[in-house]
Design a protein around this ligand. Structure first.
Ligand SMILES: [Zn+2]
Length: 138
């Protein structure tokens, strides 16, 4: 019998806050209170200006495919049924790049650079939702 154990993040600190927003159905990134720069992954200081002031700002969840990789052989048997699958790096309209699985019926062979996509969430545990991307509907 195939194990149903898939890896689930166990984030702490700022990363836990990021995943909690996703679990609430909102994609939010930190935005610098001094210079307005968006950032991800979460951190305490702005890489652009060094400020420690920031807030969680809501992203449109829309962006374009920046890069991807296709997995043809499951390292973890829990993912065998999804082969081949693509993991995409998406540059959101606000600037940050985010990694997620490709969803929405698109096959890895149909991927292309700059493809418009939007985020969707998969709740996997209390306070944790994973981010996936599907072709944009607009
Ligand atoms: Zn800044």
């Amino acid at each position: 019998m195939k194990p149903e154990l898939r890896l689930v993040p166990h984030p702490v600190g700022l990363n836990a806050e990021f995943y909690a927003h996703c679990a609430a159905g909102e994609l939010r990134f930190q935005r610098c209170g001094a210079c307005g720069a968006w950032r991800h992954p979460p951190r305490y200081r702005c890489a652009a200006c060094g400020s420690g002031e920031w807030s969680w700002e809501r992203s449109s969840g829309r962006g374009r495919v920046f890069s991807w990789t296709v997995t043809h052989r499951a390292v973890d048997p829990a993912y065998e049924d999804e082969l081949p699958y693509a993991v995409v790096v998406v540059e959101l309209d606000e600037g940050p790049r985010l990694v997620g699985n490709l969803r929405g019926g698109l096959t890895p062979a149909e991927l292309r650079l700059e493809l418009p996509v939007e985020v969707e969430f998969e709740p996997v545990a209390d306070g944790i939702a994973l981010t996936h991307f599907r072709p944009s509907r607009a």
